[in-house]
Write a protein that binds this ligand. Structure first.
Ligand SMILES: Nc1ncnc2c1ncn2[C@@H]1O[C@H](COP(=O)(O)OP(=O)(O)OP(=O)(O)O)[C@@H](O)[C@H]1O
Length: 682
């Protein structure tokens, strides 16, 4: 690369930053001028968008066979005065070739240039010529990719927009409609790809900006870990949440044993809850006497049954359908009252007109008299005639309101169709204790709230991303499907990493109930995180966890062979301390069964609440799901493997968190699946 070219690109990149500065200054001026708050918030968002792309504004250039030159960057920049596109957004169709063009399929590209920058300075250029004849499969921009995946971890995930690979790009730009499952082994970039897909979809589909996008992750630690990726891509409008946090106002104070987690997660609970709600509605066997303002009214079982039928047919949640039921019942009662009133009439001197038969109806003579003064209409008269009745619609509705406001009537109505809360409904189930909730109770509370129509409104989104989706129970899937009526979803996971007993064993099994067979599968096959030495060490384990499961192909090797050491039970913490003291550069995670965490954290002098930006963290493999570290030390693998329904999967998750080095401290014995790992003294 000549220094002249470096200078050329430096000048170009500098002109882009100048333009961004100009746009930012204009936005700041508009903001300072004040005005309509909605307009001001647009300028504020524009400044935030421009600030977010400061690092790595421009990272590539495509030289096309027709001599066009396209600069690719984090956002598009168009100079209207010159009618010229200065920079193309990486999500625009024309930028796609930056990620997918190869020598075999150059897509009109002659040269692809990667532009590395630090701050606003161009530090390196890396060119690939695509017009040579080549059919070999290779990684696009290999040098930049390798630099990215071997760099020390920071405790936070970063965007990978400059080094996205073709199989990843295809998923990112895949049709927004329907449910897309992204299945891939550890480190294949599922999380990174899902987040870049969000940025792409928001850029491409206007409606998603108003409908909103929700990203669901397994834990707060994980959400913190990925929290910078979308802002780094200029997207600040995405809601991220764990499943329990979606149900506002519920705090988790209890952990359920595995068999309960499994039972509460089963879709059968939805039927149980629905039956429990239906059973709270009661139709009396005999007529119910109601006292209203000194009059006795009767509600018979048939009328009640009819009101229940009408309320159920409305298709509303229980508490809203209750209002329909109440209206129906008070309608019947108001009719009774009206009939009685209309049965009474007085002559001009104030005497009650005699009449009315035994059922309280007016006699024919009375009706004629009333007709003559225009008070009642001849029931046989033509409907078109100017008819008048004693009580018109307004009167009747006032009567209904008076009935509803009457405490006696209300308490009878409440006994027949009570207003319910999700907490009492779920609290009444066996193994649930109102107010002392477990994570597995949350989807039940959410289901109950949806059946009842209570609680904070269940927000819906235009697109939902679910990460570590293999962990969700059937009940949690129901909860998320309610958030996404369009079923436009990106579902990201790895069945070989399923850890919770209520989690997925197959995608069809969990998705079938919601989308039938209308979901599509995309697979990622290359492991960017874990070096080949570690992938090899997991082969036996993976085969034991699931017959036929294959680890993804690793793109690199480090020369560091994983090791194991065997120590006596009483010396575990000491051994872990020695392993940590011996660690290389970067972040280290000590992964151990829950029962050993406190002792290890004390011994290693790390905070009990894990902070990923610290040099050393102590976690369970479950907590480390989705995360990565330069070095991993697994402690007591046998207890991890045997301690849970999917213990072998947990161990596999733990081992595949490392980007560089892996050590395993076995206690007393070596699990069979780790027999092939090199033994050393510790
Ligand atoms: N194209 C790429 N360029 C640079 N880095 C990449 C690329 N693809 C993946 N990576 C890196 O590989 C690592 C693993 O990615 P990610 O966490 O998204 O994988 P995953 O499939 O979700 O893994 P797991 O299932 O183990 O949680 C991350 O550090 C990510 O930045």
């Amino acid at each position: 690369m000549t220094s002249g070219e470096l200078e050329f690109e430096q000048n170009y990149v500098a002109s882009l930053y100048d333009y961004v500065d100009q746009l930012r200054a204009q936005a700041a001026d508009r903001l300072a001028a004040g005005g309509d708050p909605d307009v001001l918030s647009v300028w504020r968002a524009e400044i935030a968008r421009l600030d977010a792309v400061e690092q790595g504004l421009c990272f590539g250039r495509l030289d096309m066979a027709d001599d066009r030159r396209v600069y690719v960057g984090r956002i598009g920049l168009f100079r209207e005065a010159e009618d010229r596109e200065l920079l193309v957004d990486w999500r625009a169709p024309v930028a796609r070739a930056f990620y997918t063009a190869t020598s075999a399929d150059p897509q009109g590209v002659r040269r692809r240039r990667r532009i590395s920058t630090r701050g606003r300075a161009v530090t390196a250029l890396d060119d690939e010529l695509l017009d040579s004849d080549g059919t070999e499969e290779h990684l696009v921009g290999e040098a930049a990719l390798m630099a990215a995946v071997t760099a020390n971890r920071t405790g936070r995930m970063h965007e990978i927009v400059t080094t996205l690979q073709a199989e990843q790009d295809a998923i990112i730009r895949s049709d927004e409609r329907g449910a897309l499952v992204v299945q891939g082994g550890p480190g294949t970039g599922k999380t990174a790809v899902a987040l870049h897909r969000v940025a792409y979809l928001l850029y491409t589909h206007e409606h998603l900006r108003s409908r909103g996008v929700l990203v669901v992750g397994p834990s707060d630690i994980f959400l913190d870990y990925i929290g910078q990726v979308l802002p780094g891509l200029g997207e600040n409008r995405v809601v991220s949440s764990t499943v329990p946090e979606l149900c506002t106002g519920v705090s988790i104070t209890r952990e359920d044993p595995p068999e309960l987690v499994e039972r509460k997660g089963s879709a059968e609970m939805a039927a149980i809850l629905s039956t429990a709600v239906a059973e709270r509605v009661r139709v009396p066997e005999e007529s119910v006497e109601l006292d209203f303002e000194g009059q006795s009214l009767a509600l018979d079982p048939e009328a009640c049954e009819q009101a229940v039928g009408k309320a159920r047919a409305a298709g509303l949640p229980h508490n809203q359908a209750r209002l329909v039921f109440q209206q129906e019942v008070v309608g019947t009662l108001a009719d009774q009252l009206a009939a009685r009133m209309e049965a009474m009439a007085y002559d001009e001197s104030g005497n009650a007109l005699d009449g009315g038969d035994a059922e309280g109806r007016l006699g024919a003579a009375d009706v004629r008299a009333l007709e003559a003064v225009g008070i009642v209409a001849d029931p046989d008269a033509d409907a078109d005639e100017d008819a008048r009745v004693l009580l018109d619609d307004t009167d009747k509705s006032a009567l209904r309101a008076a009935l509803l406001a009457d405490t006696g009537v209300r308490s009878e109505l409440d006994a027949l169709w009570p207003e319910l809360t999700a907490e009492e409904l779920v609290g009444d189930l066996a193994d649930c204790v109102a107010g002392d909730w477990s994570a597995a109770d949350v989807p039940l509370l959410d289901e109950a709230a949806s059946l009842l129509g209570t609680g904070a409104a269940q927000d819906t989104y235009g697109h939902v991303v679910i990460d570590e989706a293999q962990e969700l129970s059937e009940m949690a899937w129901r909860m998320l499907m309610r958030r996404c009526p369009s079923r436009s979803m990106t579902i990201v996971g790895d069945l070989a990493q399923t850890g919770t007993p209520a989690g997925a064993r197959s995608w069809q099994q969990v998705l079938g109930a919601h989308v039938g067979e209308r979901w599509r599968l995309a697979e990622l096959t290359v492991n960017y995180r874990t070096p080949s030495e570690i992938v090899e060490a997991t082969t036996d384990l993976l085969a034991a966890a699931g017959p036929g499961w294959q680890p993804p192909r690793s793109v690199r090797s480090t020369g560091h062979r994983p090791w194991r050491a065997t120590v006596a039970d009483g010396t575990v913490a000491e051994a872990a301390e020695r392993a940590v003291a011996d660690r290389g550069d970067g972040k280290t995670a000590v992964l151990a069964p829950a029962g050993r965490l406190a002792e290890l954290a004390r011994r290693l002098d790390v905070p009990a609440r894990p902070e990923l930006t610290e040099e050393v963290v102590v976690l369970t493999p479950g907590q480390a799901k989705g995360l990565e570290f330069d070095e991993v030390v697994i402690v007591d693998p046998a207890a991890i493997a045997e301690g849970a329904t999917f213990g072998l999967n947990d161990l596999y998750v733990g081992m595949t968190r490392a980007t560089q080095r892996l050590g395993i401290v076995c206690v007393d014995e070596v699990p069979a699946a780790l027999a092939g790992v090199r033994e050393r003294d510790l």
